[in-house]
Design a protein around this ligand. Structure first.
Ligand SMILES: Nc1ncnc2c1ncn2[C@@H]1O[C@H](COP(=O)(O)OP(=O)(O)OP(=O)(O)O)[C@@H](O)[C@H]1O
Length: 361
């Protein structure tokens, strides 16, 4: 583990990453939009944390907020993001540049296309290394060869151009680049979405092995709960800027407490599984410019009652390292059972609230 550097006063007792009550706002012509609303989670050393939810729920915004890479109209308007105790939202651009790559790096969905087509892959990684470390080109090339081995690429191919690589190979090369400076945390935003299922499976396995071999931590962001299930130790289920369920993955998968998690589990096959029993959640998430007063999921939830219409429910502990935001945790057995029926999901939101939801248990 890296020790405190001259520039940063790291606290070795603090979690690797701690996000607390973070609110992210985008300024738009319609006014300020809250894309991430009071989210808290932490990621420890040697952990793979998953952030899952449908498109538009704020996952990438969370990643960009952590990395201080929000678009110019976005800002962390309150709350904190701390890396080993250092508040990232207060760092200058120069300080952040020093932290990025050396301590954390990003692999995005389009990462493989971020490789420059007119330069050899080796040269691009050498350049990234030399931008941060005072090493000779020979030393940097040795490191590239080592990194190729680490991500499962043949080092003899390191002088190829990106077009000579398949999509999966390019994604591995980008992962090699993101590992070049031994970061402690990698944030992988939909790292395998553009790849076929077999390559996707291989890359996810490799990320897991890297956690074990190099002791790094990874945040995987995906809309696909089966990707998260295969790779993560802990997870946060996001919906419309809020965390709906959070904690230990095995515990959440064995005992899901949130209707949204139940819906997501129905909607995705396992990576190699059968597609025939999938039930999708009807409708779509609310527009962040026009959020409901009550539970954000209410309009699509088959278990909603009138109680759900007042405020969004707070996250509350439902087990060890397990929290969920729902007013109907008391009826969870019935919700789990009913959620397996396709018909249940035809009855949502206002219908459910007027026909009693689960509140009459
Ligand atoms: N620069 C921006 N200005 C205004 N609104 C934005 C901006 N970027 C994102 N948003 C909005 O913030 C919300 C969250 O978007 P975000 O991209 O974080 O979600 P996501 O879960 O990562 O979805 P996806 O997987 O589709 O990227 C969405 O409603 C989106 O339209």
């Amino acid at each position: 583990m890296k020790q405190a550097t001259a520039t940063f006063d790291f606290d070795d007792d603090a979690p690797l990453l701690a996000v607390e009550d973070a609110v992210v706002t985008y300024s738009t012509s319609e006014g300020d939009l809250t894309a991430v609303d009071e989210i808290s989670f932490s990621v420890d050393e040697n952990e793979i944390f998953g952030l899952v939810g449908e498109s538009g729920c704020g996952k990438s915004t969370v990643a960009q907020a952590i990395l201080s890479l929000l678009p110019s109209n976005g800002r962390v308007s309150s709350g904190s993001v701390r890396f080993r105790g250092v508040e990232l939202t207060e760092l200058s651009k120069r300080e952040l540049d020093a932290l990025r790559w050396e301590h954390f790096s990003l692999i995005s969905q389009g990462a493989m296309n971020a490789l420059n087509p007119v330069h050899r892959i080796s040269n691009q990684i050498v350049e990234a290394i030399q931008a941060h470390r005072d090493v000779s080109t020979d030393e940097a090339r040795e490191r590239v060869a080592e990194l190729f081995e680490v991500v499962g690429l043949d080092p003899d191919r390191m002088d190829d151009y990106p077009h000579q690589f398949s999509g999966g190979m390019k994604q591995r090369a980008y992962i090699a680049m993101s590992l070049a400076l031994d970061p402690d945390l990698i944030i992988a935003d939909e790292p395998t979405t553009a790849l076929d299922v077999i390559v996707q499976d291989q890359i996810l396995k490799r990320l897991k092995e890297l956690r074990d071999e190099l002791g790094i931590s990874v945040i995987i962001i995906s809309h696909d709960i089966s990707v998260i299930a295969e790779t993560c130790n802990r997870l946060g289920v996001m919906y419309s800027g809020k965390l709906m369920e959070y904690g230990n993955l095995k515990e959440i998968f064995a005992n899901p407490y949130n209707p949204y998690t139940l819906g997501l589990q129905n909607a995705f096959p396992t990576l190699r599984g059968d597609q025939s029993d999938l039930i999708s959640i009807p409708g779509s998430p609310p527009d962040i410019a026009d959020l409901p007063d009550g539970c954000r999921f209410m309009d699509r939830c088959p278990f909603a009652t009138s109680e759900c219409g007042t405020d969004h429910p707070p996250l509350e502990a439902v087990g060890e390292d397990h929290a969920s935001a729902c007013y109907h945790h008391d009826s969870i057995e019935r919700m789990r059972e009913d959620s397996k029926n396709r018909e249940t999901w035809n009855r949502t939101g206002a219908d459910a609230a007027t026909s009693g939801g689960v509140g009459d248990d």
